[in-house]
Design a protein around this ligand. Structure first.
Ligand SMILES: C[S@@+](CC[C@H](N)C(=O)[O-])C[C@H]1O[C@@H](n2cnc3c(N)ncnc32)[C@H](O)[C@@H]1O
Length: 217
């Protein structure tokens, strides 16, 4: 890791990072184009939080108020085939970047995660686990016609069936009070004052100084 960030940050064949710290380079770019500039087989682990395609004019409840679920054009479904092609495009780049034993984590909901899982299998990934990220603070279902959505799914997959992926069994067990870690994780909302959250807000503010038109209404 030592020297790697400096090397990447000053590499003339790569775009300049949008933001950086001691252990992070953050790029503001089309991820598929950006990934195409990095070397094949150079990445140990990827976490992707792609568009869920849930902006379908539905409603949800936020702070006791009825609000639209629409997040922006980037989250609107373009139809099953086009959505699938998009997933295949970015997953193909991810797979090219991964080392032989590398793994990828992808979060989603029923709107996109089955496409992701299918695309992974078509592309030759090996699905290792699907983690249920249980949200104890989920918003109530206003329509009263469905179960309340209270989880996301995170797929953990290895580059291929011959990958020997890393799994820190003992660490996971100790984090789970000496019992084997299961595939349902309860994760509440971030607590106020958590360092990463403050940092994220600061990055977001910098972003809006440059792209004020992208502020949410
Ligand atoms: C589910 S959100 C992820 C939010 C992020 N994890 C966060 O905490 O802010 C999906 C994000 O993907 C971005 N996005 C959509 N298409 C993209 C692309 N081709 N390249 C890079 N980002 C893209 C959207 O702008 C949106 O911010």
């Amino acid at each position: 890791m030592e020297g790697l960030l400096e090397r990447l940050a000053s590499d003339p064949s790569l775009p300049r990072p949008w933001w950086q710290s001691d252990c992070t380079l953050l790029y503001l770019a089309d991820s598929i184009l950006l990934m195409s500039k990095f070397a094949e087989g150079s990445v140990d682990c990827i976490f992707a939080d792609p568009p869920y395609r849930l902006s379908n004019n539905g409603i949800t409840c936020q702070n006791g108020k009825m609000v639209s679920v629409n997040k922006g054009e980037w989250d609107r479904s373009q139809g099953l085939d086009e959505d699938f092609q998009f997933v295949v495009s970015w997953l193909t780049e991810c797979r090219r970047l991964l080392k032989k034993d590398g793994t990828i984590w992808v979060s989603g909901t029923n709107h996109n995660i089955f496409l992701v899982g299918y695309a992974m299998q078509r592309l030759g990934f090996r699905i290792l686990n699907d983690i249920v990220w249980f949200k104890p603070n989920a918003a109530p279902n206003l329509s009263r016609r469905f179960f309340t959505h209270s989880h996301e799914i995170v797929i953990w997959a290895a580059k291929s069936s011959s990958s020997r992926h890393v799994f820190n069994y003992e660490l996971m067990r100790s984090l789970n009070r000496g019992r084997q870690m299961r595939s349902v994780w309860e994760i509440g909302p971030p607590q106020q004052g958590e360092g990463w959250q403050v940092e994220r807000v600061n990055i977001g503010l910098d972003y809006l100084k440059v792209f004020p038109d992208r502020a949410k209404p």
